[in-house]
Design a protein around this ligand. Structure first.
Ligand SMILES: Nc1nc2c(ncn2[C@@H]2O[C@H](COP(=O)(O)OP(=O)(O)OP(=O)(O)O)[C@@H](O)[C@H]2O)c(=O)[nH]1
Ligand SMILES: [Mg+2]
Length: 451
């Protein structure tokens, strides 16, 4: 990666728009733009905006606004200008062509952010958060990306690394004393420290399953016997007649899913074929699909009609479902018709009447509450949503476990130090204190051009 050339890219989508934005960054930024101006912008302070006409050999290209960012005060950490043009592909192409002619080159995807990282404006986890902020389509994803952009667990990681490094140097000092039987690093203290750090790292690592599910949309599967009212609840949630509802058992044969938002959390709700011993091949296939969805669900809501289902049937259904997924809630539906006692049915998590949408929203709020409290229990509301980070936390945790086992078995100092260093390296890779070109290239290539 060459840092001393000047890069250019269109930062807005191509096509017609009120405004288009072209970014230029690098040491020759101001030298290049001066060649296209009749009236210089020399002496314009950082963070000022000037109105100018830009020219190529053919004549005027456009009347533009130029935002000036000097030196380290820019996003990339180097001289940058942002040119706001009239949003036309013709103008953008002609302007970029002229910038290239005067010595700039086209930026690679993510290269502006990569420069920000290489110039120390952002750490790697923050740089990745920039891509997540741009990609975020709902409140949860946006919140997590913003937290990470503002530093997220970067500060935590730094402090954990610092503590581990301290111990590593003490242990390595022991090694210098060779034969002499000295112990600068108290093994008890090391054990406590490693336990504390492992606890934190494990919680972050565990939060990925939930964090990733929430980022992509938390899957809620509606399951139960035919006629339990699954499609009715599905329609109530969407507020439209999306799925066919009828009193004929086996109405829904294929699964249908839709996205909804509940208190800032995106949910993928799946209506499924009712579970029974079907003889029809199509219905059988539908029920197979139901089970596949249950297996992949974040939560499965088991709906039953207490007027037409026995406690024994409910408990048998629950046995099957809980075998396939961890989180199953039991929902008594058609409570408008039921006059008996629910006690015999074991734990019932909610009572609803899907037909009049009674208690349905409250039920989904309850799911959100549970997820929110789980997040805060896991790691102070910061969850890991990035697979690369999750893998590094897992690697670090393994090394920490090896240290704990090692202390137990009086492992020699050099081996303890090896595991300490590997653990530190795993943590460091999250914030980018690594010098692996390939990893870096891979991360930034996923960005869009102009960011
Ligand atoms: N009274 C009352 N009827 C309901 C309620 N929920 C659903 N029903 C009725 O129960 C019948 C079955 O509803 P569906 O939503 O089609 O049931 P399902 O679970 O999707 O059934 P399958 O697709 O066959 O598996 C329909 O006649 C609904 O109108 C409710 O809360 N109260
Ligand atoms: Mg149905």
């Amino acid at each position: 990666m060459i840092l001393n050339d000047t890069i250019v890219a269109l930062a807005t989508p191509s096509g017609i728009g009120a405004i288009g934005l072209i970014r230029v960054s690098g040491t020759a930024t101001f030298e290049i733009i001066e060649k296209m101006l009749h009236k210089s912008i020399k002496g314009k302070k950082s963070h000022s905006i000037v109105l100018r006409e830009l020219y190529d050999t053919e004549g005027v290209i456009d009347e533009v606004l130029i935002s000036v960012f000097r030196g380290t005060r820019s996003y990339t950490g180097e001289d940058t200008i942002e040119i706001s043009i009239h949003g036309s592909d013709y103008i953008a192409t002609r302007l970029i062509k002229s910038l290239l002619h005067h010595g700039a080159r086209m930026a690679e995807p993510g290269e502006f952010t990569q420069r920000a990282f290489l110039n120390g404006k952002l750490d790697l986890a923050q740089a990745e958060a920039v891509a997540d902020v741009i990609a975020s389509e709902h409140q949860f994803a946006h919140e997590q990306a913003m937290k990470q952009l503002r530093g997220g667990y970067s500060k935590d990681i730094q402090s954990l690394r610092g503590k581990l490094l301290n111990f590593t140097s003490l242990i390595e000092l022991e090694l210098d004393f060779g034969e002499e039987d000295v112990e600068f690093a108290s093994r008890d203290e090391l054990r406590n420290l490693v336990l504390e750090i492992k606890n934190r790292v494990d919680r972050l690592s565990d939060s990925f399953t939930l964090g990733n599910a929430l980022k992509k949309g938390f899957t809620v599967v509606l399951a139960g016997r035919p006629n339990a009212g699954k499609s009715t609840m599905f329609n109530a949630l969407l507020n439209e007649d999306r799925a066919i509802v009828s009193d004929i058992e086996g109405t829904t044969r294929d699964s249908i899913e839709e996205l909804i938002q509940v208190s800032g959390i995106r949910m993928r709700v799946v209506d499924t074929a009712g579970i029974r011993d079907a003889t029809d091949v199509i219905e059988k296939e539908g029920i197979n699909r139901t089970f596949k969805h249950v297996e992949a669900s974040g939560i499965t809501l088991y709906l039953f009609d207490p007027s037409h289902t026995t406690p024994r049937e409910v408990s048998s259904d629950l046995g099957i479902l809980k075998n396939k997924t961890d989180r199953v809630w039991t929902i008594a539906n058609k409570m408008d018709l039921f006059t008996g006692n629910l006690n015999d049915f074991g734990v019932v998590d909610a009572q609803v009447s899907a037909k009049d949408a009674n208690n349905v929203v409250a039920l989904f709020d309850k799911i959100v509450q549970e997820l929110t409290s789980e997040i805060s229990n896991l790691s102070n509301e910061i969850v890991v949503t990035n697979a690369r980070h999750a893998e590094s936390f897992r690697l670090c945790s393994n090394e920490l476990q090896s240290i704990l086992d090692g202390i137990e078995n009086s492992l020699t100092g050099d081996l303890l130090s090896f595991h300490l260093r590997s653990g530190i390296k795993a943590l460091a890779s999250i914030t980018g204190e690594i010098d692996n070109e390939e990893v870096l290239g891979n991360i930034f290539s996923k960005f869009c051009i102009g960011k």
